[in-house]
Design a protein around this ligand. Sequence first.
Ligand SMILES: Nc1nc2c(ncn2[C@@H]2O[C@H](COP(=O)(O)OP(=O)(O)OP(=O)(O)O)[C@@H](O)[C@H]2O)c(=O)[nH]1
Length: 272
Amino acid sequence: MTPQQAHAIPDVQNLNDSRKLAIDKVGIKSIRHPVRVSDKNGGVQHTIAVFNMYVGLPHNFKGTHMSRFIEIINGNEREISVESIEPMLREMVKRLEAETGQIELTFPYFINKSAPISGVQSLMDYEVTFTAEIREGGAYSFTMKTVVPVTSLCPCSKKISQYGAHNQRSHVTVTAQTNSFLWIEELVQIVESQASCQLYGLLKRPDEKYVTERAYDNPKFVEDMVRDVAGLLNAEPRIDCYRVESENFESIHNHSAYALIECDKRAGLGAG
Ligand SMILES: Nc1nc2c(ncn2[C@@H]2O[C@H](COP(=O)(O)OP(=O)(O)OP(=O)(O)O)[C@@H](O)[C@H]2O)c(=O)[nH]1
């Protein structure tokens, strides 16, 4: 195909659209790509992220130029660093001739943990999502979200029972918009410190005794969990706004218990 022939191919995306309907987000979803993430101990984690990349589309354009998203993600280093996300976002908005844009990447992140009594080490995985966004007017924001699995033990069950209390694994999800750098480990630690007990990859018997008794000594409803985590997020100056959710995969029901607190500290909205 000659350049002239290629030029002759209709550019449908560039056609005008007369429906007067702007599109808030259009782009690509679920593209996997290698990333590297620095960890708090000075190491680097080489992991795989699922990317979503979107721009806003003005009402008068028929379509966005989707190949450019792929050009951008492949135009960077083979293994994308977290530090590259903001420049990639700004390049994307520019190349797609858009006012707004968003890049989300979700990846498994590993934290090395020592068992509470024996000290045996093991990795635990957490699902983490970073979202970089340019909003109307050009304001940039960065949000980090992590799902932290913990143990929750029911205060009611403990109070009313002669012995034992129902307990289960729970997912506490914190989504935090930050105004300066925050390690993933710091967000995880905030959540784990407020759980009936944190989870570990590897536990020997003395450790299992410890986590059993610690959970029993720290009963938490889903309401307790979100309130206690929100209290610490309110006190963290590097977090402007947040959402904390707790879902208990109840061991006595075939459904979950759930609670959420949402707060924009800048506007004094929500908790605190
Ligand atoms: N906007 C839009 N594009 C789509 C859709 N489905 C497929 N495409 C993409 O259209 C792309 C080709 O359009 P462009 O990205 O504009 O390609 P191009 O015109 O050769 O590239 P540019 O010169 O950079 O605009 C392909 O990569 C397809 O993936 C859709 O539903 N909407």
